[in-house]
Design a protein around this ligand. Sequence first.
Ligand code: SAM
Ligand code: SF4
Length: 333
Amino acid sequence: MGENRGRTAVLDQFDRKIDYLRISLTDRCNLRCVYCMPEEGVEWQPHDAILSYEEIARLVRLFADLGIRRVRLTGGEPLVRRGVAELIAAIKAIPGIEAVYLTTNGLALQEQLPGLLAAGLDGVNISLDTLDRAQYAAITRRDALPQALAGLEAALAAPGLTVKLNCVPMGRNDNQLPALSELARDRDVSVRFIELMPIGLGKTLSRRTEAEVLAILEPALGPWRPCAAPPGAGPAHYGSFPGFRGTVGFISAMTHSFCENCNRARLTSTGFLKTCLQYETGVNLKALMDRGADDAALLDAMERAIRQKPAHHHFSTPSAAGDESHSMFQIGG
Ligand code: SAM
Ligand code: SF4
């Protein structure tokens, strides 16, 4: 184990190269964002249903053999799980893995960032829907804006760390969108607006499209002009406003489908390899490991699942058999 066996990268049935893996470390979280998690009554996965760090490292070694080059750790809130820095160090040591990123609400970032950086973390995406403390408490159901901002400032102060900010425009935070964009005026940061997707609780809430967000931003900030995407931009497209140092981007799954260029797969905290956000198709790798599968059997199962990745989501058409029934915190957003 450990050496890259030099297999060529797997192409799916539509010739897309899958080189990016998002790994959910937990379904738990210290916030309860209205579009993601119910306030009460969540049934958490039992401890033994969750992949151990050893199992994750074993799977990432195999994924690297299949051409995965970049890994993002997410959740739930990844930083509520102990020992994330050790996991990052273990993944960074795997031949073929070029970068490890984290998506977090930022609450524990100020405290944990030194260890994460020492382990080799390459970039962090911080979710922040508002800069207004009362609105933050209403959206996340926790009065935790000061911790999130402390996490953001710590990340921005870390030399060499790529920092991006994710905001979901929902109508109720319309008045905050210019101020959130302003964070990119003097800082080398990407602020991205993510169209709310009809997944889990996201099915029930109002949303803003990219065009609606631009209609709010441009009168306040001037014309938004597209610019070249930074490396590893994924599904986001980027632009900027006059005088801005950083960028303002959009991830618009609803109005600007990017499925034809999709390069990603997801591993849930319970070990399910999921190849499209909207479908339940994939393979349960933890079940295979629990039954004693060897590396060759796991590789074959992974390769088969990746090849069968669906062509695209169908968010704008009625739901169908095989659709994902879980929320983002269970899938790994
Ligand atoms: N807890 C971490 C965080 O909030 O960054 C990581 C997990 S969270 C599920 C990842 C991202 O998914 C967050 O930026 C969140 O805003 C986004 N998200 C959750 N539900 C969503 C939905 N229905 N549509 C679009 N984005 C969603
Ligand atoms: Fe937690 Fe992230 Fe979901 Fe908010 S979006 S409830 S921070 S997992």
